[in-house]
Design a protein around this ligand. Structure first.
Ligand SMILES: *[C@@H]1O[C@H](CO)[C@@H](O)[C@H](O)[C@H]1NC(C)=O
Ligand SMILES: *[C@@H]1O[C@H](CO)[C@@H](O)[C@H](O)[C@H]1NC(C)=O
Ligand SMILES: *[C@@H]1O[C@H](CO)[C@@H](O)[C@H](O)[C@H]1NC(C)=O
Length: 402
């Protein structure tokens, strides 16, 4: 009994499918010309000998994973191609504006052979159903729309990093048709839509536009279209994690000029610690970058700061040399004569009597110390002044890129 019910159920199910097919009744052969010899799917539909025009539309839903190390980025796009194939037949009694067709039929029809020129990998999603569709319009225009996730290469230049603006492209070229057979064109109405809410951690999408990148090869001219994204690096991160801490370290190294010259351990430690901290900062500032062979803006800044800290350390070296002369063992004092006390008293009296001013006795050690302190005093003004000038020059130079 149960078994019978099941058979009935399956029969009903099959009958339903078959009757549905009969009702819609559209197969690929209803669209292709009756004489299959007339239709060559390898030949583009060149009406009146003109190259077939294929219109492109791209909707960018997301940009992410911009990787400076591998110079790639990822994009999520809807990619639509529209072309007119006059050789096709329209299904009978087509009342609606367009009709959904099975995407598999594209295998038996001519279709544009576009490919993503700068893609490293393309992911086509199949959940919950394969993410593409095909429409046939009343005027024999075919629309093929597909959703893709692309990993694209983007040549980046880090000459003025982190004040740089990168131009990343999405290029679509024809694989086998020259411009004599097929040309790509941007949709005249809406060529490109970029989601307004795209958020990137370090870069900001400042501009987007479409362009033509038709290329001349030895085999002929191949049609190509491109989308260009201009991505500008946000300075905020680098300001708070690189520039301000680095300036503070340089300023910290100047504290040494206010410590008395005899305090060698304090001043040397300060200088060396600043130097080490700075080199850590420098390494951190380009952790995400490939090791490029040219000098970047941030490198120039960091190098100048390192030189400043190094010079502060060298300044102490100089101070120490100047001071060091006085530390020589003093020649042994001649044994005081017992009557020396009287000599001194006599001297004192003569000063008092003649009224001559008392000349302060300056030992060579004191003179050396004064010279050392003068070097420190000079450095207290000179280092901050020079650093301000250089810092100002740097920021004025890169002001136009901020
Ligand atoms: C299609 O149109 C023809 C006449 O033009 C008509 O005889 C036929 O019944 C129509 N078929 C459908 C499925 O509407
Ligand atoms: C992309 O470009 C168009 C036209 O130039 C502009 O209206 C749109 O705001 C841009 N989108 C983004 C995310 O910058
Ligand atoms: C290819 O393009 C160049 C210039 O863009 C043009 O001079 C040349 O005639 C073209 N060649 C063909 C085969 O169309």
């Amino acid at each position: 009994m149960d078994c019978g019910k099941m058979f009935l159920f399956i029969f009903l199910l099959l009958y339903d499918r078959i009757s549905a097919d009969i009702a819609t009744g559209l197969t690929i052969h209803d669209i292709l010309p009756e004489d299959p010899k007339k239709y060559d799917k390898m030949r583009p539909p060149k009406k009146d000998g003109q190259p077939t025009k294929v219109y492109f539309h791209v909707t960018v839903m997301g940009l992410d994973s911009i990787d400076e190390g591998s110079m790639t980025y990822a994009a999520d796009i809807f990619f639509a191609q529209t072309w007119k194939d006059h050789r096709l037949r329209l299904p009978e009694n087509m009342t609606s504006e367009y009709r959904l067709l099975e995407v598999d039929w594209l295998k038996n029809m001519w279709r544009p052979d576009s490919f993503f020129k700068n893609a490293k990998s393309v992911t086509f999603q199949t959940m919950t159903i394969p993410n593409h569709y095909m429409w046939l319009y009343k005027d024999k225009t075919i629309l093929y729309m597909v959703k893709l996730t692309l990993r694209l290469s983007c040549a980046m230049n880090f000459m003025i990093y982190p004040h740089d603006t990168q131009e990343c492209k999405l290029q679509m070229e024809s694989l086998s048709h020259t411009t004599d057979d097929m040309i790509f064109q941007w949709d005249p109405d809406v060529p490109l839509v970029v989601d307004e809410n795209i958020e990137l951690p370090q870069l900001a999408l400042v501009h987007n536009h479409t362009a033509d990148c038709t290329q001349v090869y030895s085999t002929g001219n191949f049609t190509c279209l491109e989308v260009v994204f201009e991505l500008k690096r946000r300075l905020g991160y680098y300001l708070f994690h690189t520039y301000i801490p680095t300036c503070l370290i340089v300023i910290m190294s100047w504290v040494s000029f206010w410590i008395k010259p005899e305090a060698a351990p304090a001043r040397v430690t300060l200088g060396v610690t600043s130097l080490l901290t700075l080199s850590t900062q420098h390494a951190k500032s380009q952790a995400s970058l490939p090791p490029v062979s040219y000098l970047k803006a941030v490198d120039a800044f960091m190098s100048v700061c390192t030189i400043f800290v190094f010079m502060a350390l060298m300044e102490y070296c100089l101070v120490n040399i100047v001071l060091g002369d006085s530390d020589l063992p003093k020649p042994p004092q001649p044994a005081k004569k017992p009557d020396s006390i009287f000599d001194m008293a006599a001297k004192e009296n003569s000063f008092l009597l003649t009224g001559a001013p008392k000349i302060p006795v300056v030992t060579p050690a004191q003179r050396a110390r004064n010279r050392a302190i003068n070097i420190d005093r000079f450095s207290r003004i000179f280092f901050p002044l020079l650093f301000t000038v250089l810092n100002g020059t740097y920021w004025i130079m890169f002001a136009e890129y901020i």
